[in-house]
Design a protein around this ligand. Structure first.
Ligand SMILES: [Zn+2]
Length: 156
């Protein structure tokens, strides 16, 4: 199942199972670079995020639909692009944006909100930055070496 992730989904520091295929647009990456960067981009690399642009036909289709539903004024260029990309890839969109979800619903596309649906594809584990040991539960510090323990995508 391919997923198209918006900036909110990436910023939330999601970790995703490897069985999914994950996509986003250059616009989303540009948006993320304006904010607290490191965590999101680090994760983007870890989950093998594919960054790609939707074609003009798909963008035109989304724009036409958004005009019909009246969502065009509320959708950013980035929103339009992730919708178009998901349309092209027949992917599930991960976004909390109401207008994105609305346009997607009208087109019969699947969406998952980050706060609800995406929990299904989150798969966290925790790893010590010092000694590298993995933990199932979040730890304030590593019980072995005392280093910071961070959430990371589970492998395999
Ligand atoms: Zn440790």
């Amino acid at each position: 199942m391919p997923y198209v992730l918006d900036a909110t989904a990436l910023r939330a520091g999601l970790s995703l199972q490897e069985k999914g295929r994950f996509y986003t647009t250059p616009g989303v990456i540009a948006e993320i670079r304006k904010g607290p960067v490191a965590r999101s981009l680090e994760l983007a690399v870890e989950i093998s995020l594919t960054v790609t642009e939707p074609g003009d036909d798909a963008k035109a289709k989304i724009l036409e639909t958004a005009r019909k539903t009246g969502d065009d004024g509320r959708l950013s260029q980035t929103d339009l692009e992730i919708l178009a990309l998901a349309w092209e890839l027949n992917a599930t969109i991960v976004s909390d944006d109401y207008s994105v979800q609305n346009v997607a619903a009208v087109l019969g596309m699947k969406t998952e909100s980050q706060t609800e649906g995406i929990r299904k594809i989150i798969n966290w584990t925790y790893r010590c930055r010092g000694c590298g040991k993995y933990y199932e539960e979040k730890q304030p510090d590593c019980p072995i070496c005392g280093s910071e323990v961070r959430s990371v995508p589970r492998k395999g």
